[in-house]
Design a protein around this ligand. Structure first.
Ligand code: DON
Length: 431
């Protein structure tokens, strides 16, 4: 059956094979030496199944696709407050290599443009540039689930021609953003940009982000969910630079591009996409990569703001197995909006029953907001002289809440027995 999906991806990729617009990045001379026809598409599910179409084994340099990962490493080591003090999170609406800082704070506007990315490198806590680069290389490799290696030629080429980045580095030093020697920081930045990846590496790195920080092919936890949430947020607003608005409208996935020809796109909770085609548009994004991502999003319904179903799906059934008892059966992921709907329904029907049984056997996951709401609901029922019971065989909803343990049952049958006993004790049995 996986062949079906493979055929979809092959077909979507083929739609853009004839596109030859764009130009190789030649401001880094070594990048102008690659085969302009290279064209690959990889997609990794969050459980690590990888689909590959075209030139997915071709290695190219990661370039700016590296930026979210170094930002994540800085967040992991220093925390968001310390990183925010040095790098903003506002879209700049500028080109990636703009020599700019925020007018008020005199710090880089975001970590996706070069100024912010260079500042992010300087935040990685290490005793030497070599150690700093090793930390970056290890971190990216953990995201990709395999060792990523340096392209020495591209690194040397970028270093030899990096006047623009040197200007940015010294500007940052003059504003007190860089504590370290700008040339040492830039050397690490050039190296991070020169790590070699394939489109499949990018898809797996994307799937690691999509999975909240666990690499799907190795099962290794690489970063905390809070770090990933922040990183994906900045990718949404700033990852495609001054094309971010177009990208979010048309594609709707957090993403990052690089002048090596790669794009990583992430559908949180679902998948990672890696594309490769080195012919770039005027803003430095792969022409075929952008088109591919648009088509994938449109044809496979991947836009992250697609409203696919409403939260009524959480409440699967409501029934009355006996007079005075009402059962609410929930399923799927119970988040705030689903719990709100449940509580509201129970509230509306409160007068019709004395015992409410919430059956969460089919609930896969619950967040803290929903758990708090449900425990408040059971307290409100008690305060009203009524009773709430939970059917929660796996403890999904109860979690570590000892107060909910007292009303928890392994199945509907035992909850119903308890409900009848409660009704009898409280003399609510009619007649
Ligand atoms: O700093 C540079 O110019 C390159 N190493 C990276 C630029 C880049 O990939 C821009 N993104 N599309």
């Amino acid at each position: 059956m996986a062949q079906l999906v493979q055929r979809y991806l092959d077909r979507i990729r083929a739609e853009h094979t004839g596109v030859t617009d764009g130009a190789l990045a030649d401001y880094i001379p070594e990048l102008a030496r690659v085969d302009p026809d290279g064209y690959g598409l990889s997609l990794s599910s969050v459980d690590g199944f990888v689909y590959e179409s075209g030139d997915t084994a071709v290695e190219f340099t990661i370039q700016s696709v590296s930026k979210p990962f170094t930002y994540a490493l800085a967040l992991a080591h220093l925390g968001a407050d310390a990183v925010d003090a040095v790098i903003g999170v506002e879209p700049s609406g500028e080109a990636f290599n703009e020599i700019s800082v925020d007018h008020l704070t005199k710090t880089p506007k975001n970590p996706m443009i070069n100024a912010g990315a260079i500042a992010a490198v300087s935040l990685i806590p290490a005793d030497s540039p070599g150690e700093r680069f090793a930390m970056i290389q290890d971190f990216y490799s953990a995201f990709a689930g395999r060792r990523l290696e340096l392209d020495e030629e591209v690194y040397a080429s970028e270093k030899a021609t990096g006047s623009r980045n040197r200007a940015i580095g010294y500007m940052l030093q003059s504003f007190g953003v860089l504590d370290d020697d700008p040339d040492e920081v830039l050397d690490v930045y050039y190296r991070q940009c020169s790590l070699r990846v394939t489109s499949t590496d990018l898809a797996i790195m994307g799937a690691t982000l999509a999975r909240g920080g666990t690499c799907p092919t190795t099962g290794t936890r690489v970063a905390d969910a809070s770090v990933i949430k922040r990183t994906l947020s900045v990718m949404v607003t700033c990852g495609m630079y001054d094309a971010a608005g177009d990208w979010v409208s048309a594609v709707g996935m957090p993403a990052k591009s690089g002048v090596g020809g790669g794009i990583v796109a992430v559908l949180p909770g679902q998948l990672g996409i890696g594309t490769y085609s080195p012919l770039l548009d005027a803003k430095g994004h792969s022409v075929r990569g952008v088109r591919l991502c648009r088509s994938l999003s449109e044809q496979l319904g991947l836009h992250f703001l697609t409203v696919s179903r409403d939260s009524r799906a959480t409440l699967r059934a409501v029934y009355e197995p006996a007079e005075g008892i009402r059962v609410y059966e929930a399923h799927g992921d119970l988040l705030f909006s689903g719990a709100e709907q449940l509580v509201r329904t129970a509230e509306r029907e409160r007068a019709d029953s004395d015992v409410a049984i919430l059956d969460v056997t089919g609930v896969d996951d619950i967040d803290d907001a929903a758990r708090a709401l449900l425990s408040d609901m059971s307290q409100a029922l008690c305060a009203d002289g009524k009773q709430g019971f939970l059917v929660d065989p796996d403890g999904t909803v109860v979690g570590a809440r000892a107060d909910l343990e007292a009303i928890r049952f392994p199945d509907v049958g035992s909850a119903l027995t308890a409900a009848h006993e409660w009704l009898a004790q409280h003399q609510r049995i009619p007649g």
